[in-house]
Design a protein around this ligand. Structure first.
Ligand SMILES: [Zn+2]
Ligand SMILES: [Zn+2]
Length: 242
C-alpha cells in the first residue's frame, strides 16, 4: 500500500469511527441526521435523474436510446447516473472532491447501489484516475473512493492500477466545452492486459463525456467488450425541470 492509499484509508476509517460515535449534522440543513450525512428530508429532495437514455444517461420521457446515441453513439455501451447535476448535488460533489467529505462517497454509493443491483452487473470497477501530480495535491481520488464503496455494496472488485492518467490535463470544468475534447486526447494508458469483458468506469459527474469517452476507447482497443459508465450525477444542458 503506498502512502496515498494509506492516508486515504486512515482518513476514511477515522471518518467511519467518528460518525459512529457522534451523530453527524445533515450536511445540507444542519439538523440531526443520525448516522447518515444527510437527513431523511434532504435525501428525499435530491434531484433524481429519472428515465434516461441507457447509453448516455440523457434524461428522456421513457427509457430508450436518445437521438444523439442513435446517430453518433458514444464510446461507452451503457451509462448510469443517479442524479441531475444541479443544486444541491453540485455542492455535495464539490465537498466530496475538494473538502475531504469522504463520508459522502459511502452515502452516494449506497443510493447508487440500490438502483444498480437491479441490472446485470459488470465483473470489475475501474475508477477514472487522476494524474499522479493532481493526486498528490488533493490526497485522494474521489472516483476511487466512490468505486471502493460501490465495490463493497455490490461485491464487485475494484482496480485502480489498470487505467493510468499519463497527461496532466487542466480540469475539464475549467475549460470551455469546445476545448474539452482536445484536452483529453491521449490522456490515458492501460497498464494491464488481463481485463474482464464487462467493466464499469466510475466517475463523479458525466458532463460532455469526453473524459470517459477516451478512457472507454483505450479499454475497447484492449478488447474489453462492454463498458459502462457510472456516475453520481449527469450534467444536463438547459435543465428547466422543476
Ligand atoms: Zn437535512
Ligand atoms: Zn443517449
Amino acid at each position: 500500500m503506498n502512502s496515498t492509499d494509506l492516508f486515504s484509508t486512515l482518513a476514511h476509517r477515522f471518518g467511519q469511527l467518528y460518525s459512529k460515535l457522534m451523530p453527524i449534522p445533515c450536511l445540507l440543513c444542519g439538523s440531526s441526521s443520525g448516522n447518515d450525512c444527510l437527513c431523511q428530508a434532504c435525501s428525499e429532495q435530491l434531484p433524481l435523474l429519472g428515465h434516461a437514455c441507457p447509453r448516455c444517461a440523457s434524461p428522456l420521457q421513457q427509457t430508450m436510446l436518445c437521438g444523439h446515441c442513435l446517430n453518433k453513439p458514444p464510446e461507452q455501451d451503457a451509462s448510469f447516473s443517479l442524479f441531475r447535476y444541479r443544486s444541491p448535488i453540485d455542492r455535495l460533489i464539490v465537498d466530496l472532491k475538494y473538502h475531504d467529505t469522504l463520508v459522502l462517497s459511502q452515502f452516494f454509493a449506497t443510493q447508487m447501489a440500490e438502483q444498480l443491483k437491479k441490472r446485470p452487473l459488470p465483473q470489475l470497477l475501474i475508477p477514472i484516475p487522476l494524474h499522479p501530480r493532481r493526486l498528490r495535491e488533493r490526497g485522494y481520488n474521489q472516483s476511487l473512493e466512490l468505486a471502493k464503496q460501490l465495490s463493497k455494496q455490490l461485491n464487485i472488485p475494484v482496480r485502480h492500477d489498470i487505467l493510468m492518467r499519463i497527461k496532466d490535463t487542466p480540469p475539464q470544468a475549467s475549460l470551455p466545452f469546445a476545448e474539452r475534447k482536445n484536452n483529453m486526447k491521449k490522456a490515458f494508458q492501460i497498464n494491464n492486459t488481463n481485463i474482464p469483458n464487462h467493466i464499469a468506469l466510475i466517475d463523479d459527474v458525466l458532463t460532455t463525456g469526453h473524459t470517459v469517452n477516451f478512457a472507454a476507447k483505450v479499454l475497447h482497443e484492449m478488447g474489453v467488450k462492454t463498458i459502462e459508465v457510472w456516475t453520481i450525477a449527469r450534467t444536463i444542458k438547459n435543465d428547466h425541470s422543476p
